[in-house]
Design a protein. Structure first.
Length: 134
């Protein structure tokens, strides 16, 4: 199995953050979701940040992962990650920030601290192509 390097994982995250921020900016500009004082778009940001990656990882992959040809799977077993585990992974990633990636070069499977915490692994997309969708 192939494990992506730090640069590809970082670029995947950059693409995803750009998408989330773009969706947030669009939500603040559209008159379709204005409610009262306009605070609804502001409430969307934490929801997008917390749920985007766990939901997309569960049912496929995020845009950044698609572009970088990487996938997040459970470890061991390489099954699709349940939403609750994806949320735990996300919270650990945001809480630890760049420190989470310090362990990555020392691990054979290139697992970051948030991957260890959530019992996940990031793989090359070609390594997961034969896995059945759950």
């Amino acid at each position: 199995m192939g494990y992506p390097n730090l640069l590809r994982r970082y670029l995947s995250s950059v693409i995803d953050v750009a998408l989330i921020l773009g969706l947030f900016v669009l939500s603040t500009r559209t008159p379709l979701i204005r409610v009262g004082d306009g605070s609804l778009p502001l409430a969307l940001l934490p929801i997008l940040v917390l749920l985007y990656e766990p939901i997309f990882v569960r049912y496929g992959c995020t845009l950044g992962q698609l572009v970088m040809s990487i996938r997040v799977r459970t470890f061991p077993g390489v099954a699709r990650v349940p939403v609750w585990r994806g949320m735990a992974r996300n919270l650990a990633k945001y809480a630890l920030g760049w420190l989470s990636f310090m362990l990555l070069p020392m691990q054979r499977q290139r697992r970051a601290l948030h991957d260890l915490f959530a019992k996940t692994v990031v793989l090359e997309a070609s390594a997961t192509a034969a896995q059945p969708a759950l």
